[in-house]
Design a protein around this ligand. Sequence first.
Ligand SMILES: Nc1ncnc2c1ncn2[C@@H]1O[C@H](COP(=O)(O)OP(=O)(O)OP(=O)(O)O)[C@@H](O)[C@H]1O
Ligand SMILES: [Mg+2]
Length: 381
Amino acid sequence: MKIAIVEDDINMRKSLEIALGDYDDFEVKTFRNAKEALKKLDESYDLVISDITMPGMNGIEFVEELNGRYDVIIITGNATLGRAIESIRLGVSDFLTKPFEVETLVEAIRRSQKVQARVKKRVKKDVPTNNSMFYGTSEALEKTLNLAYKAAKSDASILLLGESGVGKELFAKTIHNNSPRKDKPFVAINMAAIPENLIESELFGFEKGAFTDAFEAKMGKFEAANGGTLFLDEIAEMPFHLQAKLLRALQEKVIYRLGSTKGVSVDVRIVAATNADIKTKMQNQEFREDLYYRIATIPIHIPPLRERKDEIIPIAQKCLEDIVEKYDFNPKAFSEEAKEKMIEYHWPGNIRELIAVVERAAILSDGDTISENDLFLDARI
Ligand SMILES: Nc1ncnc2c1ncn2[C@@H]1O[C@H](COP(=O)(O)OP(=O)(O)OP(=O)(O)O)[C@@H](O)[C@H]1O
Ligand SMILES: [Mg+2]
């Protein structure tokens, strides 16, 4: 197993290199920072172990850049809940807090190895994932869904508020699918995922020659969503100078492609989402109040999973069935202790975290029962 260790602290780096060097089946390469690692990482690597706090590019940005190409274990000296949640969102497989025993790290490496071996051996079946389906129900979810269905029928702008992984995107699609616009496009744009200088052209499009690389004209998301729904994800991350332009487009229902003075009429329904404290951003003058009121005609708070406990087991069981089918495993079930553990846990990464934990447990468990130890919830923050 070829392992890349990315760690700026020389002592930590050397001691990990020496400790892991004792294992014959590990080939360890170390890097002082993320930039250096990015230059050298290729297909021969099986696993990346990275620190978070590093000069230059930090560990979270680094993992984002890796974009799921490697299994990643995070080791960090100052674990915060926010970082743990961010790591879950990025699909990191383990998150260890320094100081840790070498054995703990080796166990995490072995888990990664086992997951990779089992997943590789199996021919993954192309099982359609129920993207637009809610796997469980609870009083809190029903209340929220009812509000969403009602709001869907109108053409009012909806702002979805909720923690990471609660299902904001799922709600946005549900709203679209239950609206009179359901046969028209649903187009999503994530403000946090696009480089700041590209957001404007992504939203509004551009004409040929509008800037150096504009070799031909391109339609923006507004035009692509015409007649349908435009989902503005992570809206609080929108650069301040673009907020006025967005507001104008929403008010006038006309957009201008970059490099053009000719307006194009657009008819879109706006659904926006944020997990940030947008009210604080408004107080700090980082988010325009007029834009807020324009997009938040109907605000919908999606409760976190810990307030929807009745959904935990149904979601876990449905996910388990999906995974068993996907990898052609023999049927598996959760032990009673495992169920209790899942119900008790606080799920900072919400449904996304639950799905990831179940998938890993299903792959790692040897028999037909998934025990509480297979869930590895104790090690979490
Ligand atoms: N009730 C549910 N039943 C089954 N799957 C769900 C449910 N809610 C969410 N999911 C799934 O959980 C994952 C996370 O949901 P989604 O992407 O909608 O969350 P989000 O709130 O947009 O998260 P983020 O803030 O991190 O962008 C997705 O794979 C989604 O399909
Ligand atoms: Mg989302």
